[in-house]
Design a protein around this ligand. Sequence first.
Ligand SMILES: Nc1ncnc2c1ncn2[C@@H]1O[C@H](COP(=O)(O)OP(=O)(O)OP(=O)(O)O)[C@@H](O)[C@H]1O
Length: 226
Amino acid sequence: MTEPALVLEEVSLVHGDGDESITALDHVDLAVAPGEVVAIVGPSGAGKSSLLAVAGALIAPTSGAVTLGGTALAGLNRARLTELRRTRIGFVFQTSNLIPALTAIDQLRLPLTFGKAEAPRDPQELLEAVGMAHKAKRRPDQLSGGERQRIGIARALVTRPSVLLVDEPTAALDRQRSQDVVALLARETRAHGVATIMVTHDHDVLHHCDRVHEMIDGKLGVPAPR
Ligand SMILES: Nc1ncnc2c1ncn2[C@@H]1O[C@H](COP(=O)(O)OP(=O)(O)OP(=O)(O)O)[C@@H](O)[C@H]1O
């Protein structure tokens, strides 16, 4: 079996202390292999965003271990964590969070100027892969919501990350565009061996995923039969 790209073992995250404390993640175990799309569903406040934040090295868990490509995050200093986030992890948000003044192609070039990506993808080819080459010179305000999200996905993939963390990518899209965007995420994940975790409320897109876990009160359920 392929080594998982991302492993969470017994991960808990507690905010605050004493009577005020909130357990956002409660002994979560999760392993995601290269080329796999794992969906996380669950009610508001269940801990889904917390899971992405911990998996993406944005927050250190209170207990438990996160391992990325065989490297335990707990042993890394802040500079190494930043480098890891910039080169090995891609983030896609609810809205694409593009920079207003930059053209589509420049949105993809920008991450390559920050970190030392080992084998970055060619921005022009990546624009073609997400079906946006013909709008390379457009700025975000000249694109539709679905097109912006495609650019956001391409931007997350340009450093050739091993892990892609996606938070509600279809929240601002209609039904057809939601299907197209998640199909694109799944296709890129499989074609490039990325390990993808997608948080979603949108049950219509789950058929694009390999596994679906439900999260309730910080606990991750076993995958539902598909
Ligand atoms: N910085 C924080 N300080 C205190 N409590 C927090 C903090 N961040 C999140 N929480 C709490 O942790 C729990 C999990 O929150 P989280 O945002 O992970 O849920 P979620 O499943 O992503 O919710 P939603 O679907 O509404 O985005 C909630 O009870 C939330 O109020």
